[in-house]
Ligand binder design. Sequence first.
Ligand SMILES: Cc1cc2nc3c(=O)[nH]c(=O)nc-3n(C[C@H](O)[C@H](O)[C@H](O)COP(=O)(O)O)c2cc1C
Length: 188
Amino acid sequence: MIEETIKQKRTIRLFKQDKIDYKLLEKFVDCARLSSSARNAQPLEYIIVDDKEVLEKIFPLINFGGEISDDKKAKNGFEPTALIVIIAKKGCRESYKYDIGIAAQNIALVAYENNIGVCMMGAVEKEEIQKALNVPDDYFVDFVISLGYAAEKPVLEETDKEPGYYRENNVLHVQKRKLSQVLHRNKF
Ligand SMILES: Cc1cc2nc3c(=O)[nH]c(=O)nc-3n(C[C@H](O)[C@H](O)[C@H](O)COP(=O)(O)O)c2cc1C
């Protein structure tokens, strides 16, 4: 059920070290490929990274939320076991950002339904990743999705205050603004 999945699925930043079957990763990209796209231009392409050596080259170039560790790097022994790097053709329309959001969410939802946790990552060293993965000059790296079997179970809480997330007793708490704060009817 999509509604239940949306309510339950949280960002995961601690992963078990079991490998994800490549066929499964391919399926996630296939679901991204079928996403809605402005003007149906489909400017996005995807690089699956699941080789240990390549992963280790990329880990220093991605930044997990500050709750994970002081240096914002993946926690030793809990690193993602795969990455999906989203690239776009240079010169594409500004709307590619919306396309990325939709594609990333499709990946996240289908991953969750296959028991895989993800962390969407915008805080990444795009140019360095481009070099490390031999991405040609007529493309640019924009977004990274970290994936793996979840080694944590974050909890959701509602807040009236500025939302954020924090770790307490090793449990990640994710705060969401209340429906009454974000919903308007007919006028603001
Ligand atoms: C566009 C976007 C960029 C994000 N970039 C990062 C990132 O670079 N590092 C990270 O650890 N989390 C990143 N996140 C994950 C958010 O921190 C996370 O979605 C937020 O804390 C809410 O948690 P939830 O996804 O469990 O609802 C990103 C999420 C989005 C939508």
